[in-house]
Design a protein around this ligand. Structure first.
Ligand code: F6P
Length: 363
């Protein structure tokens, strides 16, 4: 029998389980493949004894509906920057890709499917350069991966953010308040922009368009002057003022990313400093955006990604990442997909359409 290894790395994301099930179901149509999962990304195979699970029908049955990942995940096990503690407890980062590649060979895997975001796909690319037959599957609620029109998980995050936004509109209206809702997305404003359009925000602040707080205040004042009496703002966690910097929350030892967060409070402070007279309340939506069941679109996309990933394995098309382009499931080179990020185009149709709806970007 041939052995396939699946790994889910980075932050969890609605749809991961649907990919795992898709891979398994397609693999079972072949007579000679067994499917294994590494626990907590590739950390599982590096442990002694390795932490692996062999997938079977009962393990994947019905999991497409469940959030999270049955294989668990971590954003602290990146082999390109593996955190190692010295005797004094200090953490330094090392590239251990060669060791991971050796371990995959030692355990007898014929192919690997690595499901993850930008960090994970850089790992896939590095492992491929080390001779590992690997296929990547793009996941992230941030939708910031190049090489695919959309990642799974994004639509679920937008739906959760929009539902939350709707709830904040009724309370803003009742109290004549300015409500600021902070959403995730790192350096990309996709979640914020879709939520602002879907929810009907007055103001949307995204990393791709640094804002002028006086312009934001102007839009707020205009609305109160017109007698509308309340304002709803969506701000992406990576947004910043034209003359400001990104707002970081507390760092975390060993993590591959610096953590963003708190810009809603920063904006609130800036608005008061330039004379905003209205009552302001801040909501930081946080990890609810990644939790719970995936919406149908993400279940479909993730399931089809899983099937396609296994078909690429069958074809021996390694060094590829599955991708959604022009309504089709295709594949792109990992090297191309990991070169840069997919950001909102400030001059693109989405931003122009939002402006057409009267949404201010504070620019
Ligand atoms: O990349 C997904 C994401 O949810 C980002 O939107 C967010 O900045 C980050 O992960 C949060 O990471 P953590 O789960 O480590 O706090």
């Amino acid at each position: 029998m041939k052995k396939l290894l699946i790994s889910t790395g980075g932050g969890d994301c609605p749809g991961l389980n649907a990919v795992i099930r898709g891979i398994y179901k397609r693999a079972k149509q072949e007579p000679d493949w067994e499917v294994y999962g590494s626990i907590e990304a590739l950390s599982g195979i590096m442990r002694d004894p390795p932490e692996l699970i062999k997938l079977n029908r009962s393990k994947v049955s019905g999991i497409h509906v469940r959030g999270g990942t049955i294989l668990k995940t971590t954003n602290k096990g990146n082999p390109l920057q593996y955190p190692i503690k010295d005797a004094e407890g200090r953490i330094t980062f090392h590239d251990i890709t060669d060791k991971v590649a050796d371990r995959i060979r030692e355990l007898g895997f014929d192919a690997v499917v690595n499901i993850g975001g930008d960090g994970s796909q850089k790992i896939s690319e590095a492992l491929h350069r080390h001779g590992i037959p690997i296929v990547g599957v793009p996941k992230t609620i941030d939708n910031d991966l190049k090489g695919t029109d959309m990642t799974f998980g994004f639509q679920t995050a937008v739906q959760i953010a929009t539902d939350s936004f709707d709830k904040l509109v009724t309370t803003a209206e009742s109290h004549h308040r300015v409500m600021i809702m902070e959403v995730m997305g790192r350096d990309a404003g996709w979640i914020a922009l879709h939520t602002a359009i879907g929810g009907g925000a007055e103001i949307c602040l995204i990393p791709e368009i640094p804002y002028d707080v006086r312009e934001v205040l102007k839009r707020i004042n205009e609305r109160y002057e017109k007698g509308r009496g309340f304002v709803n703002i969506v701000i992406a966690e990576g947004a910043k003022a034209k003359d400001g910097t990104i707002t970081f929350s507390a760092g975390e030892e060993g993590s591959e990313h610096v953590r963003l967060g708190g810009v809603a409070f920063e904006l609130s402070r800036q608005l008061k400093a330039v004379g905003c007279k209205q009552e302001i309340r801040e909501t930081v939506l946080g990890h609810v955006q990644r939790g719970g069941t995936p919406v149908a679109f993400d279940r479909v996309l993730a399931s089809l990604f899983g099937v396609k990933a296994f078909e690429l394995v069958l074809e021996g098309a390694f060094g590829k990442m599955v991708s959604y382009q022009n309504n089709s499931i295709v594949s792109v080179d990992l090297a191309e997909a990991t070169q840069s990020y997919h950001h909102v185009d400030p001059k693109g149709s989405l931003v122009q359409g939002a402006k057409g709806l009267g949404i201010s970007f504070g620019d």
